[in-house]
Ligand binder design. Structure first.
Ligand SMILES: *[C@@H]1O[C@H](CO)[C@@H](O)[C@H](O)[C@H]1NC(C)=O
Ligand SMILES: *[C@@H]1O[C@H](CO)[C@@H](O)[C@H](O)[C@H]1NC(C)=O
Ligand SMILES: *[C@@H]1O[C@H](CO)[C@@H](O)[C@H](O)[C@H]1NC(C)=O
Ligand SMILES: *[C@@H]1O[C@H](CO)[C@@H](O)[C@H](O)[C@H]1NC(C)=O
Length: 739
């Protein structure tokens, strides 16, 4: 060390200083005595070490002495001035470091006062810091108490097990690392450094089982000058459980279905060896759990892949370990695939469908667009099918998801009226799962009416009506038709041809009635203009939407026998000879009739005694069989005949007086007085009965028999009379007129 040398030179310096002070004490100006231009100080010198000492000459008893600057700046130097000795000394206030700053320049300043003026002086001192070699520095933890490292027993040889941290304050120091010793004894050669690397390496491997459990390694770090630091590394060897347990199947793929419930068996893992085994899942899962004793894996819950698609695949790592002290373990992989099951029905929006459209809504109109989905993640494509009922057959179609009108939705039919004007169908929506699941969407499409059709009249357009019918007699119905539902809902009116009113029409039924009787003879036909309007054929009754149709109908009045024959004259009187030929008419009855068409029949209804007259048409004929035998048949000389004239309904009687002039060739007297008779006309309005031909025949036979019987009876009586009167019998022979 050089500290003794410094002390020696300081003592010498002190000696000279005292000498100088004594020599120049009388000097007036301040001045330095023996101030060094430079001094040397070794680095790391302790505090208070004196760096320089010198004398100061001044007359001032209290001069100012100080360090005014240090370059480079530092507080490492102190100046102390001893007044009694007039010496100043500079000491260290801090240790100096060569490696940090190898020199300093100190400027010393002195100032004094001699009653008249101030004077000063300054001087520089160069301080050289002298380098000294310093020992390396090990990290404190390494030095005491030492560091601990843990290494696996299976660490490879030559692995760095610890890096020593050491440094040297000196520049250009080269540090050497060495293992100086190790415990247990004899193990020092199992560790080494490969200089200049500070890594502590292991030589060879460790065997925990064989007692390689702990080592205490002493480490020394040394610089090239032999300075050193030391430390301790505690090496703890960790045993490695390298005995593997194997699984019967180290990798398993298992497939289960979704939603089979919690705690359902998935699979079982088994180690192929080992005792007292325990299983657990390395990857914790809420979806699966393992029975730690048996290795059976079960579901942890309902696994719904539709809700949680990630459940489709799960990789489970299973660890098995031996619960005894062998410390063996192993892992297996179980890949669980969860299959989708078709367990969701299709869902549609809307779930049912109700709408109302007009009956003329065009084909192709979109009634609704179905929005359906299936919550299953697979096989979720949907198909649609319309199932119609009887009314809705072919009425709807699906174009994609659009429900469209496929055929006119007619309002005007009995069937749809019974169905309350609703077309009903179902749409069956089916998914593509196995087995498929379907839902049915009820469709109800109500229709409301539109007045589409005009009323029509099918005809015939004429009616025949008999004259003389009573008021309100129905003469016919115009039978208007309308194809809008409600069918034929019409209102009728007569708008022409009925002035003055002769007819009226039933507004609802269209039947035409008589207001009063008609007279063919007055007017033979009428042209009625009938108007028909359809009613309630639109949803919103709107008169402007009604259809009006006019049609002419002809009413033809039929003639009827409604007038009695009228005979003119109604009374005849004539005279004939009894010999009038049966071929010449006695007279002709002349009759007319108020009816246009008539047929008159003529019949003698009274006064035709002995049936001496007959009718030939309207001619009264004599049979030329008069008898004027006083002893026999005695015809009247005057016949008072009634002739009935019938037109089939009515009968008119005509009186005819015929005077007969018997047996003479002379002209009948014209003096025969005319007997004036009152005319008697019987009119039978009803109840005229025209017998059937067979009846007439029977009647004729009956009458003939009756007449014959009567004649026989009369003849018998006359015979008896003649017997009593002894008069000769006489034949009632026809009187034949001679010539
Ligand atoms: C003081 O110092 C000045 C200059 O050095 C000198 O001229 C003067 O005489 C001195 N005075 C005394 C009283 O010594
Ligand atoms: C486990 O299998 C490995 C190789 O697959 C084999 O080396 C080892 O011996 C087996 N362990 C047992 C305990 O069977
Ligand atoms: C649509 O109408 C046509 C006839 O116009 C018919 O052939 C077809 O089947 C109908 N479509 C449906 C889906 O009813
Ligand atoms: C999906 O369809 C396939 C093929 O038809 C079938 O094998 C499978 O079972 C179906 N899956 C479901 C969930 O319906």
């Amino acid at each position: 060390m050089e500290l003794p040398a410094v002390s020696t030179s300081m003592a010498l310096l002190f000696f000279y200083s005292v000498l100088l002070i004594v020599s120049f004490v009388a000097a007036q100006d301040p001045s330095f005595i023996n101030i060094p231009a430079s001094v040397n100080v070794t680095e790391n010198s302790p505090i208070h070490t004196e760096v320089a000492q010198f004398g100061i000459v001044t007359a001032d008893p209290n001069p100012k002495v100080e360090i005014v600057s240090v370059v480079p700046a530092t507080n490492a130097f102190n100046l102390v001035f001893d007044k009694s000795l007039s010496t100043a000394s500079i000491t260290l206030a801090a240790t100096l470091d060569f490696e940090t700053q190898p020199w300093y320049t100190i400027t010393v300043y002195v100032e004094d006062y001699n009653l008249t003026s101030v004077t000063n002086i300054s001087a520089n001192i160069l301080v050289r810091v002298l380098d000294v070699n310093e020992p390396p520095q090990c990290e404190p933890q390494l030095v005491s108490p030492g560091v601990t490292v843990q290494v696996r027993e299976d660490i490879s040889p030559g692995t760095s097990i610890y890096v020593v941290l050491a440094s040297d304050p000196d520049h250009n120091s080269v540090l050497q690392y060495n293992v100086s010793d190790a415990l247990p004894s004899g193990s020092a050669n199992r560790f080494r450094f490969l200089n200049p690397s500070p890594s502590l390496l292991n030589i060879g491997s460790f065997n925990y089982q064989k007692g390689d459990t702990n080592f205490i390694v002493s480490v020394v770090v040394e610089d090239q000058f032999g300075l050193k630091c030391t430390g301790t590394v505690h090496v703890e060897i960790l045993p490695v459980k390298n005995t593997l347990l194997n699984f019967t199947f180290p990798v398993q793929n298992v497939t289960i279905k979704e939603n089979i419930g919690p705690d359902i068996y998935v699979t079982k893992v088994t180690a192929s060896s080992g005792t007292n085994l325990r299983y657990h899942l390395v990857t914790p899962s809420v979806s699966f759990w393992i029975d730690q004793g048996s290795g059976i894996i079960r579901t942890g819950m309902h696994l719904d892949v539709d809700k949680t698609p990630s459940l489709t695949y799960t990789m489970l790592l299973v660890r098995v370990y031996s619960a005894d002290s062998s410390g063996t373990s192993g892992t297996a992989t179980v890949n669980v695939f969860v299959l989708d099951v078709n367990d969701n029905f299709p869902v549609c929006d809307p779930p049912s469908f109700l709408v109302e459209v007009k009956e003329t809504e065009p084909i192709g109109t979109v009634l609704t667009t179905l929005k359906c989905s299936d919550a299953d993640i697979t096989n979720n494509t949907l198909s649609y099918e319309i199932v119609p009922d009887g009314n809705s057959l072919d009425k709807f179609r699906l174009t994609g998801n659009n429900l469209e009108i496929n055929d006119t939705l007619d309002y005007d039919s009995e069937e749809i009226a019974r169905a309350n004007f609703q077309y009903k169908a179902s749409i069956i929506v089916t998914d593509s799962g196995v087995p498929p699941l379907s839902i049915s969407i009820p469709i109800q499409v109500g229709v409301y009416p539109v007045n589409e059709f005009k009323p029509t009249f099918p005809g015939p357009f004429f009616f025949d009506v008999l004259e003389n019918r009573a008021a309100h007699t129905v003469i016919g119905s115009v039978n208007g038709q309308d194809r809008d539902w409600e069918f034929n809902n019409l209102h009728y009116s007569i708008i022409g041809g009925n002035i003055p009113p002769v007819f009226y029409i039933d507004m609802k039924s269209g039947t035409i009635h008589l207001l009063g009787s008609l007279d063919f003879e007055m007017k033979r036909s009428y042209e009625l203009n009938i108007q028909v309007v359809d009613i309630d054929q639109d949803r919103d009754p709107d008169p402007l939407k009604q259809n009006t149709v006019n049609q002419l109908f002809t009413v033809q009045v039929q003639d009827e026998n409604d007038n009695p024959p009228v005979c003119n004259p109604p009374f005849h009187e004539t005279t004939i000879y009894s010999t009038l030929s049966a071929r010449d008419p006695v007279l002709t009855v002349t009759c007319t009739d108020g009816d246009i068409n008539f047929v008159h029949t003529f019949r003698i209804s009274g006064g035709n005694e002995n049936n001496r007259f007959t009718m030939n048409g309207n001619q009264l004929m004599s049979r030329n069989t008069f008898s004027y035998n006083p002893a026999g048949v005695m015809d009247p000389l005057t016949f008072d005949l009634s002739i009935q004239v019938s037109d089939g309904v009515f009968i008119t009687s005509v009186k005819v007086i015929v005077h007969v002039v018997p047996w003479t060739t002379t002209s009948p007297t014209t003096t025969t007085p005319l007997v004036t008779r009152s005319i008697k006309t019987v009119t039978v309005l009803q109840g005229y009965w025209e017998p059937e031909p067979w009846f007439v025949a029977i009647l004729t036979i009956s009458v003939a028999l009756a007449i014959g019987t009567t004649a026989l009876l009369i003849w018998k009586i006359l015979q008896c009379t003649s017997l009593s009167n002894s008069s000769p019998p006489e034949m009632t022979a026809p009187l034949v007129q001679q010539g």
